[in-house]
Every structure is written in structure tokens, then in C-alpha cells.
Design a binder for this molecule. Structure first.
Ligand SMILES: [Zn+2]
Ligand SMILES: [Zn+2]
Length: 135
């Protein structure tokens, strides 16, 4: 297993996946990533894509999130982190800048000595429009 991680094939899979995830705010499932990567590496298996995604996530280069769509999605972690508010009723997604969340993370660090490493926070709730229709 550790040997497999060092083969050129593994690193070319990592590179191909990062290329697929290059556009900012692109969030893809493992199957979507597999389909896209196969254009470059036709013989690559879904299992190899999974292993590569897990390796990239451990290295902090890719985030893994449940955005309520039934399958986890992967996104590239960039210098400018972002997070999301997702309406569980209409599925609307608001993207928020890290600054809004970073203040809270800093407060947690001061109060609890806890360093947050979550790099893609997803909060579920109801958007303003859906709250109005529920009233
Ligand atoms: Zn995102
Ligand atoms: Zn809504």
C-alpha cells in the first residue's frame, strides 16, 4: 500500500485530479472526477481516484464535504478558504469568505486552545425566502 503511493502512476493521478479541480469553487463527486481524469489517464480506475483523493485530503490540498446532494464532493483547497450556507429546503447555496468564519476560529483558539483545521465548512439551514414561506 505504501509502495503503491510512491509509484509514478499515483503521483500522476494526484496531478491530474488537482488539474480537474483547478477552477475555484468547482465541487465534484469522485465519479465526476473519475470521468474527467480518464480523458488524461484512460486506464485509471475509480479506486485509484479514491485513494488519490484521500491522500490529497490528508495533505490538506483537497477538502471533502457533504453538501447535502447525496454524494460527498471534493474541492481544491486554496490560500483563500471559502465556506457555504446551504438551504436544506430549496438547495440554495451561499458562499462565504473565510474572514467571516476566521474570527470565530480565532476565538475558539483563544478560549479553548483549539486550532480548527476544517478547511471547508458547510452549514445547513433555511434561506430567507424559505423561512418566509414557512411562516
Ligand atoms: Zn466550497
Ligand atoms: Zn431556501
Amino acid at each position: 500500500m505504501s509502495q503503491a503511493a510512491k509509484t509514478p502512476r499515483a503521483s500522476s493521478a494526484d496531478a491530474a485530479i488537482l488539474q480537474v479541480l483547478r477552477p475555484e469553487l468547482r465541487h465534484l463527486t469522485s465519479k465526476q472526477i473519475h470521468t474527467a481524469v480518464r480523458k488524461q489517464l484512460p486506464a485509471i480506475s475509480l479506486v485509484t481516484v479514491y485513494r488519490s483523493l484521500e491522500r490529497l485530503a490528508r495533505a490538506g490540498q483537497v477538502s471533502i464535504s457533504d453538501m447535502g446532494t447525496g454524494a460527498v464532493v471534493y474541492a481544491r483547497v486554496t490560500e483563500s478558504l471559502h465556506h457555504h450556507l446551504i438551504c436544506q429546503d430549496c438547495g440554495g447555496i451561499v458562499t462565504i469568505e473565510h474572514a467571516e468564519v476566521g474570527r470565530w476560529f480565532a476565538a475558539l483558539s483563544r478560549r479553548h486552545g483549539f486550532k480548527v483545521t476544517t478547511n471547508h465548512l458547510v452549514l445547513f439551514g433555511l434561506c430567507a425566502g424559505c423561512q418566509a414561506t414557512h411562516r
